[in-house]
Design a protein around this ligand. Structure first.
Ligand code: KG4
Ligand code: ZN
Length: 360
């Protein structure tokens, strides 16, 4: 039996500074220092503030990850770092830190695509076989990927504008609900009537797996303004009904487009059809239940990794690094930080750019 590789992972591509130690498919530690409070007043991630915070926190984060795993640098087989895509200042902080550690220890350096980290997480948590269909759905990402191997991905659709999490956050702001918007909307929607407002489902009648959420956000703004004009304010029931209508629209879009993505995936005749979700929006019960039911109706396994491994973290980076190293791959000190780095460079570039940077 081959020895399981032990890697330190480093992630700093957006607004979370993270370090983790993974051995084989066991997460020995996973530390995440979030920056939400630093950016809250600006209504989005400020790249310069993010980069500075990463530089300040990254060493502490790595020390804590090693301490929790009860290991030192000499116990590692390599260092994996997010080399893109993302906010370039943040990516550079992680890559430079990893290069320093590699120069000092002589360990192999493995550059990881952040999206590959998300996309390979179901293998870390559930060891699912290739090929599988993946929906990445968060504040910065929204895409369908068929994952065929650790380095072979087909992007078969995605948002052409906002990511759904971004739409949840902006809608919450429009309705005067607290951030992050997803959990606030989900909570208040429980007491709402999803049918009171007629809201659009953009691109639903168009073929293919692409999605759009910005028109829905504009429709929410109009609906709110018309109520405010009528009664000079929103009641709690108005907030609940608008939230329920919005959540139902996002759910309908994601379910219908996933149905189509499954049809594309089935053409590959996978031996064990599997569908996995990742990203903060996958925490939404209505969306999750809808996807689960869809998979059950299509004889497809449904995998939703635990939320701490679905949202940005470094365990997924360490694990993707392990898959690369198991294939004999690593990078030298010339590894560069890439703001854009599509997983599937045959697919047409994505048009949108989320509040959390390039979607690649
Ligand atoms: O994956 P994540 O933590 O960070 C990135 O975007 O990279 O996702 C955060 C996003 C936020 O936009 C948040 O509003 C959304 O996920 N979110 C939710 C829920 N929980 C978090 N959206 C809908 N329903 C939820 N329960
Ligand atoms: Zn991410």
């Amino acid at each position: 039996m081959t020895k399981s590789l032990t890697l330190l992972g480093i992630e700093s591509s957006c607004d979370d500074t993270a370090a983790a130690v993974v051995r084989g498919s066991k997460v020995l530690s996973s530390v995440v220092y979030g920056q939400t409070a630093l950016h809250a007043v600006f209504g989005g991630v400020v790249p310069e503030i993010a980069a500075r915070a990463h530089v300040e926190k990254i060493d502490h984060c790595i020390e804590e990850a090693l301490r929790t795993a009860n290991l030192s640098l000499t116990d590692l087989d390599g260092i994996a770092v997010t080399a893109g895509p993302g906010l370039i200042g943040g990516v550079l902080s992680g890559v430079m830190c990893a290069k320093g550690l590699v120069a000092a220890t002589g360990l192999p350096l493995v550059g990881v695509n952040h999206l590959a980290g998300h996309a390979l997480t179901p293998r870390l948590t559930d060891r699912i076989p290739y090929p599988y269909l993946m929906l990445l759905v968060s504040g910065g990402h929204c895409q369908f990927l068929i994952v065929e191997a650790h380095d072979v991905y087909s992007r078969i659709g995605g948002t052409i504008d906002d990511a759904p999490g971004e739409a949840f956050d902006k809608t919450a702001r429009i309705l005067g609900l607290p951030q992050p918007g997803g959990p606030s909307i989900e909570q208040i929607a429980l007491g709402g009537d999803a049918k009171r407002f007629v809201l659009p489902r953009p691109l639903l009648n168009q073929p293919g797996c692409d999605m759009s959420f910005s028109g829905l956000k504009t429709a929410m703004l109009r609906a709110r303004d018309s109520i405010v004009a009528e009664k000079s304010g929103l009641t709690g029931q108005d907030q609940a009904d608008l939230s329920a209508g919005f959540q139902a629209a996002v759910t309908d879009i994601l379910i219908e487009k996933t149905q189509r993505a499954l049809q594309v995936y089935f053409k590959m005749q996978p031996a064990q059809p599997s569908f996995a979700v990742a990203g903060g929006v996958a925490a939404n019960t209505a969306i999750r239940d809808g996807l689960m039911e869809l998979c059950a109706n299509n004889a497809t396994a449904f995998i939703a990794p635990p939320l701490n491994l679905c949202t940005d973290n470094a365990a997924m980076i360490a694990y993707a690094g392990i898959e690369r190293m198991m294939h004999g791959e690593s990078d030298g000190l010339t590894l560069s930080a890439r703001p854009r780095w599509p997983l599937d460079d045959r697919a047409a570039p994505m048009l949108g750019s989320g509040k959390k940077g390039a979607k690649a």
